[in-house]
Ligand binder design. Sequence first.
Ligand SMILES: [Zn+2]
Length: 168
Amino acid sequence: MTQSQQDLDQHFITHALTLAEKAEQLGEIPVGAVLVDENNNIIGEGWNLSIVNNDPTAHAEIIALRNGAEKIQNYRLLNTTLYVTLEPCTMCAGAILHSRIKRLVFGAYDYKTGAVGSRFHFFDDYKMNHALAITGGVLAEKCGEKLSDFFKKRREQKKQQKLNQSDI
Ligand SMILES: [Zn+2]
């Protein structure tokens, strides 16, 4: 991989991290995703909205793919790259497969539910008509910290709530 590609990958993962913050502000798990075309123009953006939208499928990746497909008015997203701050789950891996994107780049590995090698090997198991290029672990530490900070804060809030209840 060329240096400039590495720079680009870090640039777009950093952008996806700013979208993850939007999710966090809404109380959602902070995951963000960006879809770019072959000229590196952003055509889709997404962040987790499952709780807000009462939609178990509203993961950042799905939203970014829908957003991009709407924008280019095509259900196939050929020659695009999806950047996401966390390794996709099986549902999102399925959507990625159907979308026909060219490349997937993700940040942190998800050892509990990651479908791109950490927990499941979705793309290895699936015989695909065209190969999907995959790069994992881009700014993994930064992406992982955003999630672990979120869960830590949430645990503390829950603990505080319990303490407050016991005061009554
Ligand atoms: Zn997912």
